[in-house]
Design a protein around this ligand. Sequence first.
Ligand code: AMP
Length: 217
Amino acid sequence: MIVVLLGPPGAGKGTQAVRLAERQGAAHVASGDLFREALAAGTALGRQAQGYMDRGELVPDDIVVEMVLERLAQPDCDRGVILDGFPRTAAQAEALDAALAAQGRRVDAALAMDVPAEAILERMTGRRICRECQAPYHVRFNPPARAGQCDRCGGALYQRDDDREETVRHRLAVYQAQTLPLVAYYRQQGILRQVDGLGGVDEITARLVRALDAGAD
Ligand code: AMP
């Protein structure tokens, strides 16, 4: 089964995609992770993507499509795939459909996680990370005992550039303009299932699983 997970940045797609992949015995393919791996490995692909990622913009379609299709050709993807963060534009969705059709496959389901922009802003702009041990905190939902200081190692907490309010607002605007139209695209194909993305992690996993088992909206 090939499942596309849609939703704004900060909706919790990554967390849910890992859980769904485990449940379905499928591969988890996250385009953002593939870029971050390429960046860490210092490859040409990583260097090409870096500027766009830093600015909260989308990497050009041809680069993303080539990278993801290459990943989908690996044998672990034969048992099913949970796509996380791809496709993000109509051109990517069409390229994916064409590549799958050529192999007699198709996207079986698109799960759209609905999370209001205000909730995303609160979640993302409140995140803080320890400079020393990378432990994650949230100023409201998971605050450290002493403001600005890591409970585990005493390191200083900082805010990542891509969690700053201007960047988050920009990424949300990019999502609205470029990715939200995919909800209609998959609805038209009759494979869209919309899921409330607010609540506890387990609760949301249960909703996604129910939506997958139930069929299209
Ligand atoms: P993510 O971890 O999914 O939020 O992705 C991090 C960054 O990688 C995004 O802000 C984009 O710059 C880039 N990226 C990831 N997936 C895509 C995609 N499907 N299309 C274009 N850019 C992407």
